[in-house]
Design a protein. Structure first.
Length: 189
């Protein structure tokens, strides 16, 4: 059985491209998610992890593409190397081979902690920017998902159904159920 090089690419939104990730890296299979790193709902990551066998190499562009917090990153690397899988982070020039190496695990923890800190700082700066924009009156928040006519249609259809089949209604209007309930609650207020 030949060892495989299995790659994983991830971007946070469907509008973003994974083209620069793992560019020029020789891989046998590639799995790709377009989902936030903070979510655990990453089906392609789960498929990649399931496909890996002892002797294979799991190739990821960088630490932050695999996990957004240190605990998850460390657990995933330890679990993979424990299964006999080599883990390679291309941008970070780091490789973790099966069998525990104290120095490489220390480096993983340090870089993972820096990445987690950087993400927290970005969120903090974003929050400050939004507060300043609100104070100036230029921040209006996210644009509504539905137009007023669509909201009226949504409410009329919900009323006609007697509040039944809301999940299907949300799918048809391409909104989450939470958003649907928010629109319906605005009517009651």
């Amino acid at each position: 059985m030949t060892a495989l090089r299995i790659g994983y690419r991830r971007v946070s939104t469907v509008e973003q491209s994974t083209a620069r990730q793992l560019e020029g890296v020789q891989l046998d299979q590639v799995y790709e998610d377009k989902a936030s790193g903070s979510t655990t709902d990453r089906p392609q990551l789960q498929a990649a992890l399931k496909a890996l066998r002892p002797g294979d190499t799991f190739v990821v562009h960088s630490l932050d593409r695999l996990a957004r917090n240190l605990a998850d990153l460390q657990a995933m690397v330890e679990e993979l190397t424990g299964r006999g899988v080599r883990v390679e982070f291309v941008k970070d020039a780091m490789t973790f081979d099966p069998g525990r190496d104290a120095r490489s695990m220390l480096l993983l923890q340090l870089l993972g902690a820096v990445a987690e800190f950087e993400r927290a700082m970005i969120r903090e700066r974003q929050r400050e920017g939004i507060e300043q924009a609100k104070a100036r009156g230029v921040y209006k928040g996210r644009r509504p998902k539905l137009t007023p006519d669509q909201v009226a249609q949504l409410r009329a259809e919900d009323a006609a159904r007697g509040g039944k089949g809301r999940a299907e209604l949300a799918r048809r209007f391409e909104i989450s159920r939470e958003t649907l309930y928010q629109y319906l609650a605005q009517q009651a207020a």
